[in-house]
Design a protein around this ligand. Structure first.
Ligand code: FEO
Ligand code: CA
Ligand code: CA
Ligand code: CA
Length: 647
């Protein structure tokens, strides 16, 4: 979700039927591609100087580049553009795996968008698929590849999802309409298999499961579990929460559990608190109550004037065991509370598990968690407790090319009662306030953070930050009015992901390289189709190559998509367009199968846009049936003649 535009949070009125040409023309003329970038003129000197400093400090990085001169990606690049449907390179094919409303169980009702209900939605694939995990299952007698798709359903587009909402929003949000929205949030586990018709769901599989915002009990774990600040009237123990929401990106752990990252929880609350309320400062720092949804009209838990602690029970990373549909998901308070974008994990050489995380807000921070105990390849049960205890660090990106990972540990440094922290629970519930005190580096909206186990590289997607002023630029965020984002590469020393001092450099500054004022720094080998703006999710394929998904590339006049990124050798910094989404959609969850032969991706909020409603979306992808709304959908891309994607 691109929070900078809040596409789906405000009431909009249907504008009647429009052609795709009308829509695209209107969007481009409104956005004025070059508007506002003039302030960046002259700032590139700062960005270049940064690169020189880092290069000098990290000679091994430069040597590694020279050592690898091969071209990593041989597919035929697709062209820039924006239209009603999706595009892949020639020689590739797309499977429609599962759509919003598709059945998961033998008793799931047929999808009927005109009469959608909570009861139906609880048995169907949810809305706005974001993160995708894939856990391979052993092949059965038929030899068909199969596995568990773990999909987050981040949020709903209220005006697009249900009929008749736009005209009288927000009064149109009845209790039943709100319950339907809650049931469309959360996540789905669904067994899928690669049939002759491509990857398809196994309806009625014993693994299939829906997790929702309101009907899935979860257990609080870690230092904040049971603390007074997470107790509510509904849960006086502070140990059990009904549901998870705003599950954006995530991760699959080395022991095969699924991490769902709770992001924009602040928007789901209504109400106000007095300025002197003990939670007022913390709620303000997190933007609670954002008022993007109307649930608080009907349910007191979403109204902070009635239940001020409820927001403290969201903003965590949730761990789910997809192999056991009866298991109770865990909220992992040890990993801190903020607007979690993703949670990608890796086993460090010393056996500790490290989870990298971004807090997606303008001027917020990058974090990593290091487990107290070590991974045991022979003890999955013990591994499932690893994320309940450890150290959370927040990043400071220094001008000299080093990252300092500063521990968020109660009693150390400034994290003491004099500064308002009375326990580790306080530090974790108010992780942003703790990071503020320690002088963490305010970043340009950190989204996915992806480690590469073999090299010790970690890629940080910084999607954009149009509010950074000239006075606020720093080495790691070198552009004012950063409309197109950039990517930072962290290199952990000797591949030690637990290190508290690492190196960093900018891999690329995004945007149109033909406009000098934009300050993009692509490798010149990047074609006119190959550049983009607003990197968001990313994935490393089985051979270690980086792939980037975007959310906000429409600002550049072309659809969001997936790009392949060269990170080594002479071609480092070269980007190549691989997939383009239909209008209105961002692309999420890129995820490869272990053989690299399938790339799963999530098309989120297709048909959205200024003025878009259920009655008048910007596309009716993927069904293109009159009256059928656009449907967030998981796709699987494969080569027609087989073999690894992109090779
Ligand atoms: Fe849900 Fe930061 O995207
Ligand atoms: Ca985004
Ligand atoms: Ca995102
Ligand atoms: Ca990722």
């Amino acid at each position: 979700m691109d929070h900078s535009e809040n596409k789906s949070s405000n009431p909009r009125i249907a504008k009647g039927a429009r052609t795709i040409g009308d829509i695209i023309e209107a969007r481009l003329s409104r956005r004025g591609f070059l508007g506002g970038v003039a302030a960046t003129t002259g700032l590139m000197a700062s960005g270049c100087a940064t690169s020189e400093v880092v290069e000098e400090a990290v000679p091994a990085v430069a040597e590694a580049r020279e050592a690898t001169q091969t071209v990593a990606f041989s597919f035929e690049e697709i062209t820039r553009g924006m239209d009603e449907t999706h595009h892949v390179p020639s020689g590739y094919t797309t499977d429609q795996v599962i759509r919003w409303g598709d059945p998961l169980f033998n008793d799931s009702p047929e999808f009927d968008p005109m009469n959608q209900s909570e009861a139906a939605q609880l048995k169907q694939f949810g809305y706005n698929n974001d993160y995708l995990g894939f856990v391979a299952l052993p092949a059965e007698a038929d030899g068909v590849p199969r596995g568990l798709l773990c999909a987050n359903h981040e949020y709903v587009s209220s005006l697009l999802m249900q009929p008749g909402i736009a005209a009288t929003y927000p009064d149109s949000m009845t209790k039943e309409a709100c319950l339907t929205e809650m049931a469309a949030h959360g996540g789905s586990v669904v067994e899928i298999k690669q049939t002759a018709e491509g990857w398809k769901p196994v309806i009625g599989s014993r693994y299939n499961r829906r997790i929702t915002a309101h009907a899935t009990p979860m257990r609080m774990t870690g230092p904040a579990a049971g603390h007074d600040r997470v107790k509510t009237q509904e849960d006086p123990t502070g140990l059990t929460v009904a549901g998870t929401m705003n599950n954006c990106a995530g991760g699959i752990t080395p022991w095969g559990t699924w991490l769902m990252a709770e992001e924009n929880f602040n928007g789901n609350f209504l109400g106000t608190l007095e300025d002197d309320h003990p939670e007022a400062e913390n709620h303000k720092r997190f933007g609670v109550a954002g008022g993007w949804y109307q649930w608080g009209r009907h349910f007191s838990r979403y109204d902070i004037s009635k239940e001020p602690n409820e927001p403290n029970r969201f903003g965590w990373v949730v761990e789910v065991d997809p192999m056991d549909p009866t298991s109770t998901p865990k909220k992992l308070t040890a990993l801190g509370r903020f607007k979690h974008e993703g949670a990608e994990s890796v086993i460090a050489p010393n056996g500790h598990v490290v989870v990298y995380m971004g807090d997606d807000q303008r001027f917020d921070y990058v974090y990593k968690f290091v487990s107290k105990n070590k991974f045991d390849p022979d003890n999955r049960t013990a591994n499932k407790d690893l994320l309940e205890d450890g150290t959370l660090y927040v990043a400071r990106f220094d001008e000299d090319g080093f990252v300092e990972w500063m521990p968020l540990t109660f009693g150390e440094g400034l994290l003491t009662p004099e500064n308002g922290f009375n326990s580790q629970a306080d530090v974790l519930i108010g992780a942003r306030l703790a990071g503020d005190l320690l002088g963490a580096t305010p970043m340009d909206r950190p989204e996915d953070v992806e480690p590469h186990a073999e090299t010790g590289n970690v890629w940080v997607m910084l999607t954009n930050n149009s509010r950074r002023t000239t006075d606020e630029i720093d080495a790691a965020n070198p552009r004012a009015e950063n409309r197109f984002g950039h990517i930072i590469q962290i290199t952990e020393p000797d591949g030690d992901f637990t290190a508290t001092q690492s190196r960093w450099e900018i891999l690329v500054q995004c945007g149109d390289p033909s406009v000098a004022e934009v300050g993009a720094t692509w490798n010149p080998l990047t074609s006119d189709d190959g550049w983009y703006g607003s990197p968001d999710n990313c994935a490393v394929d089985p051979t270690g190559r980086l792939w980037i998904a975007t959310d906000g590339n429409e600002k550049t006049g072309a659809g969001d998509g997936i790009w392949a990124m060269e990170t080594d050798g002479e071609r480092r910094g070269t980007s190549k367009a691989f997939f383009r989404a239909p209008i209105g959609a961002e692309v999420c969850g890129p995820r490869f199968t272990d053989d690299g032969g399938t790339l799963f991706l999530a098309v989120q909020h297709p048909g959205d846009g200024d003025g878009a409603t259920f009655e008048a979306p910007t596309t009716r992808w993927p069904d293109f049936v009159d009256g059928m709304p656009p449907r967030p959908t998981v796709l699987a891309i494969r080569k027609k003649d087989g073999g690894p994607i992109g090779a």
